[in-house]
Design a protein around this ligand. Structure first.
Ligand code: HPA
Length: 362
């Protein structure tokens, strides 16, 4: 499958796409920040790449300049490639004296002089806003990184060169800066039921006529890019016992083993012994826990796998499994984080990225 503007096949593009305006910047960012990079588009030189950042799949693609351009690419990403989140990373001209060059603007809303929203035939004016969950994460990350940032409204204009000083009226209405894409991106996201955010670095000022050097722009752009990439990385943690399965997996293992090897029951004395020492505060609890898991010392991989399939899989809470799969499809990195033993958790066939369980000697 491809579109007139994108040669990618479905599945080539991650759930989260970062969009700088310049396709060569997309190339540079993908090559600098991502691992296992694959190019998915070169149509009209609007380069697009998918790779991984800290293990999470992310795509970076140019948006071009202006609302018609980002309008086309973001529409196709949302509607034809199942993309869930688009984060525009761009530059803007400051409208305010206290919004300085190199500051970051986390865009909350976009006003516009374009007629982009006329297509929806609304009986009024549409307010294009960013997604709050993405915005909140961006604010958290910007704070963590000690960046100078502003959150607010911007003007998405059809014009870079204005014939007169019409911008004054937008400044009076509190717009922090001007750029040319966010309104269309946010409107497309709303229409598709998806999420979008814009992060901007201030590259010039319409009020003080200061300008940044290429090197300064690069430095802030890097900080902004890191914020965007870290927002794109989402984690979901699931416990195992009484969360993914009902009941206690350690107890099920013991029962399973005793049924097959009844004579091993005398080993339970060792469990009782260590548990008594724990109660007497002579030993830590992990000794008793290790003793409790003694069947693992006698079972080979095939037997443990069989135990997992026969005893644990039937105990899955189906609604929780559905939730886990949904999160995976939305691009989360999935962890199972549990006190149960990795020795059997590793036979879990659910779409899990990482298992953090109790390590046993096996
Ligand atoms: N307008 C004015 N200045 C800018 C813009 C813009 O759209 N983008 C970056 N600096």
């Amino acid at each position: 499958m491809s579109t007139p503007h994108n040669q990618a096949n479905k599945g080539d593009i991650a759930k989260t796409v970062l969009m700088p305006g310049d396709p060569l910047r997309a190339k540079y960012l993908a090559e600098t920040y991502l691992e296992n990079v694959k190019q998915f588009n070169a149509t009209r030189s609007m380069f697009g790449y998918t790779g991984t950042y800290k293990g999470k799949e992310v795509s970076i693609m140019g948006s071009g300049m202006g609302m018609p351009s980002i309008g086309i690419y973001s529409y196709e990403l949302f509607h034809f490639y199942d993309v869930e989140n688009i984060i525009r990373i761009g530059s803007c001209g400051s409208f305010k004296e206290d919004v300085h060059l190199r500051d970051i603007i986390i865009v909350q809303g976009a006003c516009t002089d374009s007629n982009y929203a006329h297509q929806y035939e609304l009986p009024g004016t549409y307010s294009a806003i960013s997604d709050y969950s993405l915005l909140e994460k961006a604010v958290e990350k910007a704070k963590e990184k000690n960046l100078t940032y502003h959150v607010g409204n911007v003007l998405s204009s059809d014009l870079f060169y204005h014939a007169d000083n019409k911008a004054d009226k937008w400044i009076k209405m509190g717009c922090l800066a001007t750029e040319m894409e966010s309104y269309a991106l946010f409107a497309n996201a709303a229409y598709a039921g998806k999420k979008a955010l814009t992060l901007l670095t201030v590259s010039d000022s319409l009020v003080t006529s200061e300008e940044t050097t290429a090197e300064e722009r690069e430095k802030t752009f890097t900080a902004m890019m890191e914020v965007a990439l870290e927002i794109a990385t989402k984690f979901a943690f699931f416990d195992f016992d009484d969360t993914l399965i009902h009941g206690d997996s350690g107890g099920k293992l013991l029962k399973y083993y005793l049924k097959r090897h009844p004579l091993s029951v005398f080993r339970l004395l060792k469990v009782v012994y260590h548990y008594a020492l724990y109660l007497l505060k002579i030993e830590p609890l992990n000794k008793a826990k290790s003793a409790w898991l003694y069947p693992l010392d006698y079972m080979n991989d095939q037997e443990i796998e069989k135990f997992y399939q026969e005893e644990l899989e039937p105990c899955y809470y189906l609604n929780v499994i559905e939730e886990l799969k949904k999160k995976k499809a939305e691009g989360y990195i999935i962890y199972i984080c549990s006190a149960s033993a990795e020795a059997y958790l590793r036979f879990c066939k659910l779409p899990v990225d990482e298992i953090l369980g109790t390590k046993t000697l096996i």
